[in-house]
Design a protein around this ligand. Structure first.
Ligand SMILES: Nc1ncnc2c1ncn2[C@@H]1O[C@H](COP(=O)(O)OP(=O)(O)OP(=O)(O)O)[C@@H](O)[C@H]1O
Ligand SMILES: O=P(O)(O)OC[C@H]1O[C@](O)(CO)[C@@H](O)[C@@H]1O
Ligand SMILES: [Mg+2]
Length: 328
């Protein structure tokens, strides 16, 4: 796999950080070096690309990071890269450093930016899905999702102890942007009484009926997991509305927020990141471009940008079904 045209590969992280991004950086750097390429780290995503903040990485410079959360390359959301002028500045910096291929680790927004750069300047690029949201079709799992969901489950377990002791109803809000993946699976694993996600609109009246049924069976403590993208209101709003309709419950709210983004990646995310990092570099050396590398049914797959962007990563219906059966 000695594609002579590619000599220098640039790698960067972009959008929200996710646990396992470091493991992916390590895999990209070491695979590039394994195939006798030079690898450069672009700092702070597209911001660093525009400013020319680019550093050479060696096999040892990515030692001792596989277990660390966050991203050693740092990350950013860049407004300027959304403009053609911004992307031209970025491309000129890549040219200056002799970088002739790119690997991006990020989410849908990062891929969209890279798609434009590839279209405008013809630079080969492969994307690695790195986001806690698991909102990308073309891969069963994104890097960081497993760790974030485990973090949410740990938090839910702790809230359950206090909820039970006080007979309280808790609304627990988890991240996921417009996706309900973290909510559904942390809800099943945490034994939630209801899971509210953007993909499936449970009406507020349905929620009241469910809670009132609990009232009849003298169930006073309950955990409701709410995805931040919920269309019937976030945890705070729902708690307020329930309190207005019933004085039966002692209601509390916990918004888990950014704690879901940090921490040491699980074994699953480390292995996923390692596999995708190797596959991204091998893909680019074999001529893949404008694609996202993913894992489907345990197999590495490359999907074109067009087939993943603006497509919804559907929630598994079976998960929704079992969540309902088990919450009676
Ligand atoms: N339409 C676009 N055109 C050019 N660049 C874009 C576009 N959309 C996003 N980007 C670039 O990609 C960056 C990251 O995108 P975004 O903030 O949506 O995060 P993401 O990659 O989707 O990750 P996550 O959703 O996990 O935080 C943006 O700050 C911007 O620089
Ligand atoms: O860190 P920020 O910029 O507040 O973004 C938060 C968003 O990023 C994510 O953590 C990852 O995309 C989402 O779940 C959340 O909506
Ligand atoms: Mg995104």
């Amino acid at each position: 796999m000695t594609n002579e045209k590619i000599k220098r590969i640039g790698v960067f992280t972009s959008g929200g950080d996710a646990p396992g991004m470091n493991a992916a950086i390590r895999a990209v750097v070491r695979t590039g070096i394994y195939y006798q390429k030079e690898v450069f780290g672009i700092m702070r995503g597209y911001e660093g690309m525009i400013e020319g903040d680019i550093v050479k990485l060696g096999a040892r410079s990515v030692g001792n990071i596989i277990q660390r959360g966050g991203t050693i390359l740092k990350t950013a959301r860049s407004k300027e890269f959304r403009t053609k002028e911004g992307r031209l500045k970025a491309y000129n910096n890549l040219k200056k450093e002799g970088i002739d291929a790119l690997v991006a680790i990020g989410g849908d927004g990062s891929f969209t930016g890279l798609h434009y750069l590839t279209e405008e300047f013809g630079i080969p690029a492969v994307c690695i899905p790195g986001t806690i949201d698991n909102d990308l079709t073309g891969t069963d799992y994104t890097i960081g999702y497993d760790t974030a969901t485990n973090t949410a489950v740990e938090a839910i377990d702790k809230i359950r102890d206090t909820a039970l002791s006080h007979n309280r109803l808790f609304f627990i809000e988890v991240m996921g942007r417009n996706s309900g993946y973290i909510a559904v699976n942390s809800g099943i694993a945490g034994g939630a009484a209801a899971i509210i996600i953007p993909e499936e609109t449970m009406s507020f009246e349905n929620l009241m009926t469910l809670l009132t049924a609990g009232e009849g069976s003298s169930k006073k403590s309950n955990l409701i997991v709410v995805a931040e993208g919920s269309k019937i209101g976030g945890a705070t709003e729902l708690a307020k509305k329930v309190a207005e309709r019933s004085d039966y419950f002692d209601i509390k709210v916990t918004v888990l927020g950014h704690l879901q983004r940090g921490g040491s990646p699980t074994y699953f995310d480390r292995v996923l990141a390692s596999k995708l990092g190797v596959a991204a570099v091998e893909g680019i050396l074999k001529g893949q471009t404008d694609v996202m590398v993913g894992i489907r049914n345990s197999k590495i797959v490359y999907n074109s940008f067009d087939s993943i962007i603006n497509h919804v990563h559907e929630i598994d219906q079976e998960s929704l079904r079992i969540a309902k059966i088990l919450s009676i």
